[in-house]
Design a protein around this ligand. Structure first.
Ligand SMILES: Cc1cc2nc3c(=O)[nH]c(=O)nc-3n(C[C@H](O)[C@H](O)[C@H](O)COP(=O)(O)OP(=O)(O)OC[C@H]3O[C@@H](n4cnc5c(N)ncnc54)[C@H](O)[C@@H]3O)c2cc1C
Length: 460
């Protein structure tokens, strides 16, 4: 097939890699010039890194930092109140849990999308400065801002959470809404942070990972290292100030004064961290409820376009990789025989199968991520009813005291192997009329019976 992809973020680049591997010609339309790539980090859990490994991603060049722990630390006393040990995660799930500088991840994905590879379709063509202003779903046609129209066999919409075309695709009005929280963010030189004698003690001889500080007024500061531990990624979640309401892109500037005001009462070791770097950024956090329809005509929406979620479980980018991996299996050109490109009815059937495979999983992650705007998991127990609207498989009896990083949650999320689930979906399609019976796909891998009972006392 000839395929257009709108957007070259994680979802768009990953889809280009996957669809090349599936034998298709891909063209990406990206409105930016990539000059303002985001100076921030991103954690990929094993269910995401498993996909990168299969694609031959160059981990060495990307220099991610493996996570060994999560520490939830009182910002004033620096007492560790919750500790999660991640040391067994890689052996349990067969892949890494590691954080990347976003630019390094993006560079690695772009390399895979654009470089000649044996056995893959030709390199993706990425058109920068190409803003898409119109989408005709029935024709598979894009209109660019300079008036040029491009018609292809399939359009993958990966233009992120502000997508103006979603209503036309889904028929549902599900705009992103502000949750009342904003974030101050920056990357600090980690060596400089550790020049503070108390900060040095906090990180010296410790496994890498989250060190998150909180106070009793709802301020929550997440930190973790990236790029060979040269940089410390920092994000301070706080109640949105009136002047921050419209800062919904990632690159709005803010001041050290505002950051220090939010961190009032925190230990000097924490308050010193923003002072190690000159630039502070701010943005306002948004989320969206799940859509029930994600394709129309020749258009399929993936990534944040369709499942924009809060960052509580580090699954937004990972879900975009999973979407792409599902495309690789379901749209494998050799499985479209005898006709390639597929007939309209075959394409429609494959898009429906994609929805059956991916929507329950991505909607569940959206719902879980919205558990509580204070980024704890306190309201988890109330979520199953909402999740049931999308997902009929095994569900955990969410244990009391469970955090986003506790073992039951890890089992639930990281055990999912999108490649094998997509293969199962294809087996059903090839065996009968394409209908996958409810509960056949184990959306979350093997859920151990012990997590479906309420006996887990871990952190209660
Ligand atoms: C604070 C925070 C922390 C996070 N942490 C994690 C984490 O640790 N792990 C994780 O997995 N996820 C995390 N996420 C989520 C993750 O960042 C997103 O899910 C992911 O980046 C979405 O990628 P995307 O490609 O779908 O969208 P985007 O990154 O938004 O990419 C969309 C692309 O489309 C382009 N575009 C937009 N409109 C047009 C148009 N009309 N024409 C052409 N091009 C267009 C844009 O320029 C952009 O390049 C976090 C999110 C936040 C906010």
């Amino acid at each position: 097939m000839n395929i257009s992809i709108v957007g070259a973020g994680i979802a768009g680049l990953a889809a280009a890699i996957a669809l090349r591997r599936a034998g298709h010609n891909v063209e990406i339309y990206e409105k930016s010039q990539f000059k303002n790539e985001i100076g921030a980090a991103i954690l990929l859990t094993p269910n995401g890194n498993r996909i990168l490994r299969k694609w031959g991603f160059d981990f060495e060049r990307a220099r991610p930092v493996d996570f060994g722990q999560f520490r939830f630390v009182h910002g004033e006393s620096l007492k560790v109140v919750i500790h999660e040990d991640f040391s067994g995660v890689e052996s349990r799930f067969g892949d890494r849990m590691c954080a990347y500088h976003r630019v390094d991840l993006h560079t690695g994905l772009r390399d895979l999308a654009e470089r000649e590879r044996e056995g893959w379709a030709p390199p993706a063509k990425i058109k920068l400065g190409a803003e898409v202003v119109g989408v005709d779903a029935e024709k598979g046609e894009l209109t660019l801002s300079d008036g040029i129209r491009v018609e292809k066999d399939l359009v993958v919409l990966a233009d992120g959470c502000h997508c103006p075309f979603l209503l036309d695709i889904t028929g549902e009005n599900t705009p992103s809404v502000k949750i009342g929280k904003s974030v101050y963010r920056w990357l600090a030189p980690f060596d400089k942070v550790k020049e503070h004698p108390v900060a040095k003690q906090l990180w010296e001889n410790q496994p890498a990972g989250f060190c998150s500080f909180f106070n009793d007024n709802g301020i929550f500061m997440v930190t973790y290292p990236c790029r060979n531990s040269e940089l410390l990624n920092c994000a301070v979640f706080h109640d949105t100030r009136p002047d921050e309401r419209d800062k919904d892109d990632w690159n709005a500037n803010t001041t050290h004064e505002k950051v220090l005001e939010a961190l009032e009462g925190f230990s000097d070791a924490v308050r010193n961290i923003p002072l190690t770097t000159p630039h502070m950024k701010a943005y306002t956090v948004t989320q969206r409820p799940p859509s029930t329809r994600i394709h129309k005509g020749k258009v399929l929406a993936i990534g944040d376009t369709v499942h924009h979620m809060l960052p509580t479980h580090a699954q937004g980018g990972v879900a975009a990789l999973e979407d792409a991996a599902a495309l690789e299996v379901l749209f494998d050109s050799s499985r479209f025989a005898p006709t390639s490109p597929p007939s309209p009815s075959t394409l429609e059937a494959r898009l429906k199968l994609y929805t059956t495979l991916r929507l329950p999983r991505s909607a569940t992650m959206q719902i879980l991520s919205s558990t509580n705007p204070r980024f704890t998991m306190a309201n988890l127990a109330t979520k199953n009813e909402e999740i049931r609207k999308f997902y009929q498989g095994d569900l955990i009896d969410w244990p009391l005291g469970c955090t986003s990083w506790s073992e039951p949650i890890r089992e639930f999320i990281y055990g999912y192997d999108v490649f094998s689930e997509a293969e199962k979906a294809m087996e059903f399609r090839e065996r009968d009329d394409g209908k996958v019976p409810d509960g056949v796909l184990k959306w979350f891998g093997e859920v151990d019976e012990k997590w479906t009972r309420s006996e887990y006392a871990g952190l209660a």
